[in-house]
Design a protein around this ligand. Structure first.
Ligand SMILES: Nc1nc2c(ncn2[C@@H]2O[C@H](COP(=O)(O)OP(=O)(O)O)[C@@H](O)[C@H]2O)c(=O)[nH]1
Ligand SMILES: Nc1ncnc2c1ncn2[C@@H]1O[C@H](COP(=O)(O)OP(=O)(O)O)[C@@H](O)[C@H]1O
Length: 317
């Protein structure tokens, strides 16, 4: 799948996943998008259908599962939960980093797919504290609380196994846990390695531009600025394979950092760490300033490449 790596948040019910997630989404609007799961459990007060979950029935959900509409699904505390393909695709279509909140069964299922996310486990400091938080939350009956605690015991054991999670965060102090999560996601949101499938023969126009730090308006960089950026040393490589391109005849705009552009121009078969951002728009004027701000750092010089296709495949590894 293309785009930045998704993020899977898992951990026992009551560990603090939703609390951390909600804060993250609020503080980083336009960066992360939540994969809205389906569930057969009843909505809690304040939960919104289509935002927190797609609340559904067992029959409807089973039909969707049978029709292959789900990436994964699991039973938890007597209810069905599942991630639909469209939940993830909706987030990716908006160019956002997809965050999934799934239980340990979901983690295992996702590992069998090609989603390739970062796996983060949020753990409580202890089972006793978890129980207290769940009781204080006042969302569970005694029966569902006991089921959650039972699942939590298994989850807490499994999360200690090496290789299951990339990172385990102990949510003792909320501020500390939030900072840890933010730091990890900060790394994730920077593309590490980018694979680009050949498109340079489809260039129709190349512009250089820079967003003015103060006015936030575009300006053409000076020759000196350009040269400094353009010839900046870098040792990354870029893998180009023109046969992979699937031209549709439309125009797309590719915002590309100078070092990668230079690699493309020199036509070398190398790899790159350069940040690449693809905006699927047919008209530059339609790019909202919020989208632009999440892509472009004011003061840095970019190349804007107009391409004759919207079907460029960019895989961020
Ligand atoms: N496998 C799977 N688990 C999910 C999904 N959505 C939520 N869950 C998990 O289901 C469990 C129960 O979620 P929920 O009923 O919202 O309770 P809460 O986690 O205590 O707020 C949690 O461990 C979630 O991570 C999903 O789409 N797939
Ligand atoms: N670090 C923390 N310290 C104290 N209470 C917390 C902390 N993190 C979360 N909580 C509280 O614990 C309860 C469970 O958190 P929640 O985010 O709903 O967990 P989850 O989504 O993992 O089920 C909530 O009432 C929340 O306000």
């Amino acid at each position: 799948m293309s785009g930045p790596r998704p993020v899977v948040l898992s951990g026992p019910s009551g560990a603090g996943k939703s609390t951390l997630l909600k804060r993250l989404m609020k503080d980083h609007e336009g960066v992360f998008g939540f994969s809205v799961s389906h569930t057969t459990r009843n909505p809690r007060p304040g939960e919104e259908d289509g935002k927190d979950y797609h609340f559904t029935t067992k029959e409807v959900m089973q039909e969707g599962i049978d029709n292959g509409e789900f990436i994964e699904n699991a039973e938890f505390s007597g209810n069905m939960y599942g991630t639909s393909k469209s939940a993830v695709e909706d987030v990716r279509a908006k160019n956002l980093i997809c965050i999934l909140d799934v239980d340990i069964q979901g983690v295992k299922r996702i590992k069998e797919t090609d989603l390739d996310p970062i796996y983060i486990s949020i753990q409580p400091p202890s089972l006793e504290i978890l129980e207290k938080r769940l009781r204080d939350r006042q969302t569970e009956t005694e029966e569902s609380l006991q089921k959650r605690l039972e699942a939590a015991r298994i989850d807490m054991e499994l999360s200690k196994e090496p290789g299951v999670f990339d990172v385990v965060i102990i949510n003792d102090d909320l501020e500390k846990a939030y900072k840890e999560l933010k730091d990890i996601l900060n790394d994730v949101s920077k593309p590490k390695k980018t694979k680009i499938f050949g498109f340079f023969k489809y260039f129709i126009e190349v512009h250089t531009f820079c967003l003015n730090r103060k006015s936030k308006r575009f300006k053409k960089p000076s020759k000196k600025e350009m040269m400094t950026h353009f010839f900046a040393t870098f040792e990354h490589k870029c893998d180009l394979n023109p046969s992979e391109i699937n031209a549709s005849g439309k125009t797309a705009f590719l915002f590309i950092s100078p070092c990668l552009y230079r690699q493309l121009v020199v036509h070398s078969r190398t790899e790159t760490n350069a940040a690449v951002h693809l905006l699927r728009v047919n008209d530059l004027k339609s790019v909202k300033s919020r989208e632009m701000n999440s892509i472009i750092t004011p003061g840095e010089i970019y190349f804007l490449i107009c391409l004759t296709t919207t079907e460029i495949q960019i895989e961020i590894l």
